[in-house]
Design a protein around this ligand. Sequence first.
Ligand code: NAP
Length: 321
Amino acid sequence: MKAFVNKQYGSPEVLNQEEVCPPAPKDREILVQVKSISINPAEWHSLRASIWLIRLASGLRAPRNTVLGADIAGAVVAVGNQVTSFQPGDLVMGRAQSGGLAEYTCLPENQATLIPSPLAPETAAATPLASITALTALRDKGQLLAGEEVLINGASGGIGTFSVQLARLFGAEVTAVCSSSNAELVHSLGATHTIDYTQQDFTRTGQTYDLVIDLIGNRSVNDLNRIIKPGGRCVLVGYSNFRLTLKFILKGGWLSKTTTKRFIVMNAKTKTEDLAYIGRLMSEQKIKPVIDRRYAFAEIPRAFDYLGTRRAKGKIVVSAP
Ligand SMILES: NC(=O)c1ccc[n+]([C@@H]2O[C@H](COP(=O)([O-])OP(=O)(O)OC[C@H]3O[C@@H](n4cnc5c(N)ncnc54)[C@H](OP(=O)(O)O)[C@@H]3O)[C@@H](O)[C@H]2O)c1
């Protein structure tokens, strides 16, 4: 089968299209013929491995898994011995642990769900990681309630565009931090207020919020503390800066113990029931993925180049080979 393989860490040029053997599903996995793929900053970090912690997990000198994982949608072609929820022919979406940039890949049964009609494979593929991260941040970690005020830093990206829609659906008033070129987009998704981060410091407007979702991770815990109401929560999702993340964990942990505010660092886990819930919301047209750019399979290195700019307005999708 065709797959994009990276035998070394590096920039997108290390991704090469090759013929490799299709994987075989383990007991609790399904083998899927991929129809559409979306890529996330997680794959970018795995490709570059510029963060040394990634090398500890994925291989010190070179990646152990040479085909990167990804969000995919496709048709089940075989199931493992202990799979009970799916059968060949089912159309599914989910997140591959590795091996997503290929013609066939395996998904754990508990990280996949049936694609509800009438969703197209492209819509389904654009969904898993970004929507589940947004849902976990707002509902589970952020415990967002109707009528509350939420600020989303990084509102125009893959997770941000789902977060704005979900927060609005949960009855919150949304302030979106994004550049002015994306203000119209986030308003159309349900944001009431926007703050252009290139013009204004969102931590110095005098406004406070019940919940802050930080998808960028470029602000100090002191800055974030200033804009959280008593009893409010701050969920750190994007940890782009090691020093700020460490301070968030240490000082945020101390503030969580000594004040009524809570500072939470999260790591999303894809679960079938959450994916199914998101699928239902999409089939009822209550939320939708925002697709910024589409690439052919052979253009995967170009898709990664764009991902690396960190300028995506929503999601980047790739069609299957
Ligand atoms: N903790 C977890 O469980 C978890 C799970 C998944 C992902 N993540 C992380 O979450 C982060 C966000 O992921 P994503 O998929 O949403 O990323 P993304 O789609 O790549 O985000 C791109 C968006 O970020 C905006 N942006 C860039 N710099 C900004 C800034 N300084 N202030 C405000 N917005 C800015 C860009 O808008 P402009 O062009 O207007 O700047 C662009 O629309 C990533 O770091 C990812 O690794 C964490």
